[in-house]
Design a protein around this ligand. Structure first.
Ligand SMILES: [Zn+2]
Length: 110
């Protein structure tokens, strides 16, 4: 593999960690003020990510693990969504996203 190829591959890993962190709204619980202000990961995601991930509600982590497993298994996102509909992990994740959104709009969750 060329140096450029390795570099691109590394960028891909960082980008996917970043999109995972943003999908999980890890900024909400990040110790880095820049992440909380930006409402997105602005730190070193390989350090922020694992630290913040542990602090997520159990159901949210469960959902993400299902999501990763489905991705690895090559399941299309729409099929995954249909499969996990109504599961407790899915409800936990939806609630977590909802409260993140509510906070974005400075509104209390209903
Ligand atoms: Zn962060």
């Amino acid at each position: 593999m060329t140096e450029t190829g390795a570099h691109i591959r590394k960028m891909g890993v960082v980008e996917s960690m970043r999109s995972g962190a943003d999908m999980l709204c890890l900024w909400r619980i990040c110790g880095n003020a820049a992440c909380r202000r930006a409402r997105a990961c602005r730190g070193r995601v390989h350090l922020c990510g694992p630290r913040n991930y542990k602090l997520l509600p159990e159901g949210v982590r469960g959902f993400f693990e299902l999501f990763l497993a489905a991705k690895q298994a090559g399941i299309a996102f729409d099929d995954f969504k249909a499969e996990v509909q109504g599961r407790p992990e899915t409800k936990a994740y939806a609630a977590w996203r909802r409260t993140a959104g509510a906070r974005l709009n400075n509104k209390k969750p209903a």
